[in-house]
Design a protein around this ligand. Structure first.
Ligand code: HEC
Length: 121
């Protein structure tokens, strides 16, 4: 019985130490930030173009690019190059909003790439 009690204290101490070193060690929290930064970059580079498209573009272009709300161009039939799409998305065109202030360059490129895929399917 005594031994069990002893173990409980050790376990509590180990837990307490593990816990505090996790929070006050400056290097610990820095490492955490680095990891977060890396994850963010990874997500963007994985071209979450699809997620961006579904957030910002489906309202006019539709899930498959052919909905055409507000006169939106059918993206399945678009013959624009990646650079031209990036320009349209960045600056907008007629009824289409400019996304320059909403998305950063990487995101615009990712979503432009995604629109290229719509015409392949
Ligand atoms: C407010 C409605 C609206 C939203 C939101 C919208 N678009 Fe458009 N989009 C349009 C319209 C309208 C046109 C056609 C403009 C024209 O006739 O010059 C167009 C044209 C385009 C074109 C040019 C196609 C071509 O071949 O000429 C691309 C590429 C495009 N949109 C991509 C996107 C992407 C990517 C998003 C999301 C980031 C988006 N659009 C969001 C309305 C919209």
């Amino acid at each position: 019985m005594k031994q069990v009690f002893f173990f409980a204290i050790i376990a509590a101490l180990v837990w307490a130490c593990g816990n505090s070193s996790g929070t006050d060690a400056a290097s610990g929290s820095n490492a955490g930030q680095d990891r977060n930064g890396a994850e963010t970059v990874a997500v963007v580079e994985k071209a979450d173009g699809e997620a961006l498209y579904k957030t910002y573009c489906v309202t006019c272009h539709g899930l498959y690019g052919d909905m055409g709300a507000s006169g939106a161009y059918n993206l399945q039939e678009s013959k624009l190059s990646l650079e031209e799409r990036i320009a349209v998305i960045t600056n907008g065109r007629k009824a289409m909003t400019a996304f320059e202030s909403l998305l950063d360059k990487k995101e615009i490129k990712a979503v432009a790439k995604y629109t290229m895929k719509l015409s392949e399917e």
